[in-house]
Design a protein around this ligand. Structure first.
Ligand SMILES: [Zn+2]
Ligand SMILES: [Zn+2]
Length: 172
């Protein structure tokens, strides 16, 4: 016994058709393969529609987008980030400067990044791009940081002046 699929027009044995009680022969008019493809496409279209909806929502509300990112990456929300920013007077916790790095695509100044301990995941503070990378390059190790400082200091006679002139706290 065979039946023609009304979708792909192929003639297939009855085992290729699923049950559909409403039909005269009790079988679906589309073969199992066609039905599967159609259901997959329908689901895929739904997922895409859902994704587009979420994208539009985030585009309309960048603060919400950022909050979701912060939560998934560092376990903090936007309110906690903004509180940290206020506590640091809006500047980097190390160089005490405003962020200057620019986003590749948007060409806008990026926000201070959340510095966290890679071992414990614990959030430490907000750093500019440079300092964040510098700390990472020194393996998050205070002893290496001090050692780097001592090394550089030995090449500057007026190292103290250098440090104080580079660490303004004008924002406070
Ligand atoms: Zn078919
Ligand atoms: Zn910095």
């Amino acid at each position: 016994m065979t039946k023609q699929c009304s979708k792909c027009k192929e003639v297939k044995s009855l085992s290729h058709f699923g049950v559909h009680k409403g039909n005269k022969d009790g079988l679906s008019c589309w073969c199992k393969h066609c039905r599967k493809t159609i259901e997959y496409n329908k689901r895929y279209a739904n997922i895409e529609a859902y994704r587009n909806k979420v994208r539009a929502k985030h585009a309309a509300n960048p603060r919400l987008r950022k909050s979701i990112d912060l939560k998934s990456l560092y376990g903090i929300d936007i309110e906690q980030y903004e509180q940290m920013l206020r506590n640091q007077n809006g500047v980097c916790a190390i160089c005490k400067q405003l962020e200057t790095a620019v986003h590749n695509k948007s060409k806008q100044t990026v926000e201070l990044c959340v510095d966290h301990c890679h071992k414990t995941g614990k959030v430490r503070g907000l750093l500019c791009n440079h300092c964040n990378r510098a700390v990472g390059a020194l393996k998050d190790n205070p002893i290496l940081c001090y050692s780097a400082g001592d090394y550089l200091k030995s090449y500057f006679s007026s190292s103290l002046n250098l440090i104080s002139s580079n660490l303004p706290n004008k924002a406070s």
